[in-house]
Structure formats: C-alpha cells, structure tokens
Design a protein around this ligand. Sequence first.
Ligand code: ADP
Ligand code: TRP
Length: 332
Amino acid sequence: MKKISLTGIKPTGELHIGNYFGAIKPALELAREYDARYFIADYHALNTIKDPRELSANIRAVAAGWLAAGLNPEEVIFYRQSSIPETFELTTMLMAFTAKGLMNRAHAYKAAVAENTEKKDDPDAGINMGLFTYPVLMAADIILFDSDVVPVGKDQVQHVEMAQDIAQAVNFNYKKEVLRVPEASVRENAAVVPGLDGRKMSKSYGNTIPIFAPEKELRKLIMRIVTNSQGIEEPKDPESSQIYLLYKLFAGPEEQAALAARYRAGGMGWGEAKEELFRVINRELTPLRERFNALMDDPPGLDAVLARGAERARPIAARTVARFRAAAGIDK
Ligand code: ADP
Ligand code: TRP
C-alpha cells in the first residue's frame, strides 16, 4: 500500500511564497509518490477570523491557490476541514487522551501568554479555547486519514509531534495500533523562507510576498526588501542577504552561481540585485497567477471540486472513527 501524505493550510490571508515553498510545493511533490490528502483548515482559521465575508473569501482563495499551484484533484483528495464532521468527533475522543500540560507547552499559546504578560495584561487575555486546543484539532485532522507524513514548515513540527504523542497515548492505552502515528516532513532548504524585513515570512508580520500578487505589486514589494547600507562598489556576502536567499528558491544552479559571483565581486548595488530577483520570481509566478485568476472567476467550479473531495474523504474518516469507537467500547 502507498503511504499517505496529508497537510492543511489555514485560510487566514493571502498565500505567500513562504507557504508556497514551505508547504505547497513539497506537498505537491510528495503527492507523486504518496496517496495525498490536502485540505483547507477553515475551522482553525475561525479562531482568528470572525468576519464572515473575509473568511469565505479566504477559503476560496486558498482553494484556488492550491489548484493554481498544480494540485490535481483527481489525484489528491482535496477538501475543506469543515466538510468532514468526523474531524470533530475524533477531536472530542482525542481530548480524553491529551494532557492539559501538553497544550500549555504549545508555542502559539505560550507566545500569546508571554505577550500578555509583557503588556502586564491578564495572561489569558484574548486567548480563546480554539487557540488553546488548536493542536488537538490539528491532531484529529492528521490522524483521521491514517497519515504517515505531514509536509509542513518548521513552525508546525511541534504540532505534528503533539499528534504523535496523542496517537501513542491512545495506542498505549488499548495495547494495539488503533491510530497511525504520523511524522513531519520538513524541506530543509525552505524550512524558513525570509520575509521582506528578514524575519520569517509570515502573515502575522505583514512582511510577505503574496504568490498571486499582480506584477506591478510584486515589483513594488521586492523593491521594499530591507538591505544594509553597503555601497555599490563594495563586495557583498550572498548568504547573508535575503535577496539572495529568496533568489535561490527561484533560480537554477547556474543563475545562483552567477549572482553569487556578482555579489562577491562588488560593483552591483541592491537595486540591481532586486531587479534580478524580480525577474526570476515573476518568471515562475506568472503562469500560476493566470491560473489563479481564472479559478477565482469560477466560484461554482471551485465549490464542486471541494464537494467531490469531501465525498471521497468522508468514508476514510468514518472508518478511523469507527475503529477508535470500537477500541474504546463505544460501539456504533
Ligand atoms: P503564516 O505564518 O503566514 O500565518 P501559516 O502558519 O498559515 O503561515 O503557514 C501555512 C504553512 O506554510 C505551514 O506549513 C507553514 O509551516 C508554512 N510556512 C509559513 N510561512 C513559512 C515560511 N516563511 N517559510 C517556510 N514555511 C512557511
Ligand atoms: N496548523 C497549520 C498551520 O497553521 C494548519 C493545519 C491545520 C495543518 N491542520 C493541519 C497542517 C494538519 C498540517 C496537518 O499552518
């Protein structure tokens, strides 16, 4: 039997090239050798997005984004998390095997508490139970489909490890493999794609390059990349420049070597390096942008693809829940 690859993306904003290299591209490559199940984590997004129009627009845009990036819905089971009610049944069952202390250690929750403490606010101010129990819902997403590997960026590895812990706690209790124990798969060269300001590219930092930005906006964003004050003539170190780090993601080996040599030789200013970066990014993203726009112009078509995915996903999900219920003594 083929192994199973699964991943999800929260529809919390425009997809950016960190998502593309950290999650979407590796996931699509894995889909060639694994049975793939990829989804839109819309209930995870509900923790932060309370405006209905914004959430529903984001869901469509993430769906169109996956398809524009090359997801073939005949090959990959592609669905919305919210279309699979078994996810929530499994979440409840997993809660019974999840130590509260494990949730206290989750990075996202700890960061929110630390921020409140710094502001001398109540430690739990603005933190909803959805954020606190986020890793359990994510464990359910993963475990429900008997996932072997979960392609994610580095920031999500802790969550996958928590899914491992929770599945193992269940298996240990029933002394058999009721649930499959997943593993994270992290692409080392794209583990952390840098943003315009040099920090990790993230919607939360407002430093992203959206994958489907119109050409003009793309150029503007690239021109905004923060650089140091080295003058044109000075030799520059490619590896410590985020322009070059981004370039490596889009350029072939010869192009990379050529730009690195120009950095080291001196005589090239940051503006010129940015133009070269724009050229390679635009080259790769133009066909994706065109497909994305066409898909966004056909909402019923998108909805039909997702509905078909949900139809294929639900029987698999139902089998996992039935297996767990039988093991737990909750028959039927
Ligand atoms: P954001 O940080 O912008 O909110 P998400 O948390 O929604 O992004 O991430 C969706 C997926 O994209 C996850 O698998 C995550 O690890 C990956 N990802 C996000 N940003 C980056 C980045 N800068 N580099 C590599 N992978 C990333
Ligand atoms: N938590 C992931 C993120 O923020 C999204 C996600 C939800 C996910 N469920 C998942 C990723 C299951 C992989 C597997 O990016």
